[in-house]
Design a protein around this ligand. Structure first.
Ligand code: SF4
Ligand code: SF4
Length: 321
């Protein structure tokens, strides 16, 4: 019997999601033996031309990690969409923009200006910026166009399955691939994750009476040594209540607050707003002025609340002045 044909692609990604596919350890050998890998730029020497020459819908499953930041990535994901029966978004960047999409707080021009003119490590006296097209004596040279925003994959193409995390836990990757091979994936669209929120998987207990006078950053304060104490109750920004289960609370078991990489739980429209309401209800202030003072001490609020999903959030395309 013919093996299912699988492709893997990375776009605006760090490579961590690809590495997690390999972190499935010996299971990767079973998976590799069970499928026919047609395209995987980080691991195998296929060319875009190979994809262009495929018949439409020839790929049974295409797994894409990373968001869309430039014209090359848009072109390739649209090409892969046409060549694939099923597309799965792997990781926070593909699902909701991820950390690179925090750049959406700025436009392309100010990012290029900063990177090429203002960083201390750059020596660019003439001040040129990369141009998408350049007429050299040898002919026209082109590079991909850098877009104003990072887009989530399903803001560009139809996506049937989502495997969350930054990077996704290997157990979820194995679960999704096993279900694909066995033909037991749920009807799309569907997310391969756990039930409920990270708090449901966390061994710590929330104290419903807790109040917080000062919100703390893990870079400045050490979380409590007592691993039964809820980090949120102790004043650390733990996004567990507003984050989808499926990671088995790995970070919290290492005494690190949840940063929310698994995305929002089912039924939540905007994860940042949901978390903000938790924070507001826990903040111990008797006047509006006092509440403002406590919350103004929280640095990088957009980065804390929308670290992985700015393009899919309610504040979406707002730019910083
Ligand atoms: S989701 Fe995380 S690990 Fe995956 S590409 Fe994005 S930043 Fe890297
Ligand atoms: S808020 Fe964080 S530490 Fe507290 S129970 Fe939820 S996941 Fe665990």
């Amino acid at each position: 019997m013919a093996k299912p044909k699988v492709a893997v692609y990375w776009s605006a990604a760090c490579g961590g999601c690809d590495v997690k596919v390999l972190d499935t350890n010996e299971k990767i050998l079973d998976i590799a033996a069970a499928v026919d890998l047609l395209f995987w730029p980080i691991a195998l020497d296929f060319k875009y031309k190979d994809v262009e020459e495929m018949a439409d819908r020839e790929i049974d499953l295409c797994i894409i990690n990373g968001g869309i930041r430039n014209s090359e990535q848009e072109h390739i994901v649209k090409l892969l969409r046409r060549k694939s029966k099923v597309v799965a978004a792997l990781g926070a960047c593909a699902i909701s923009g991820g950390i690179p999409a925090l750049a959406n707080l700025y436009d392309a021009q100010s990012i290029l200006d900063y990177v090429y003119h203002k960083t201390t490590s750059i020596d660019n006296f003439q001040g040129p910026l990369p141009q998408p097209e350049y007429d050299a004596p040898e002919g026209r040279l082109t590079i991909p166009k850098f877009y104003d925003s990072v887009f989530a994959l399903d803001q560009m193409i139809d996506v049937q399955y989502y495997i969350p995390g930054c990077p996704p836990p290997p157990s979820l990757i194995v679960k999704a691939l096993t279900a694909f091979l066995q033909g037991t994936l749920p009807p799309p669209p569907a997310t391969v994750a756990g039930e409920g929120s990270v708090c449901d998987e966390c061994p710590r207990e929330r104290n419903r009476e807790a109040k917080v006078k000062k919100w703390k950053r893990i870079a400045q304060f050490t979380p409590p040594a007592d691993t039964k104490k809820c980090l949120l109750d102790e004043g650390f920004f733990c996004l567990g209540p507003a984050t989808q289960a499926g990671c088995e609370a790995l970070c919290i078991k290492a005494n690190i607050p949840c940063e929310g990489c698994m995305g929002k739980p089912q039924g939540v429209t905007d994860r940042g707003s949901k978390m903000l309401s938790y924070i507001a209800s826990l903040t111990d202030a008797s006047t509006e002025e006092e509440a403002k003072k406590i919350l103004n001490d929280v640095v990088d609020q957009a980065g804390l609340l929308y670290r992985f999903d700015l393009p899919k959030s309610l504040i979406g395309g707002r730019r910083k002045e």
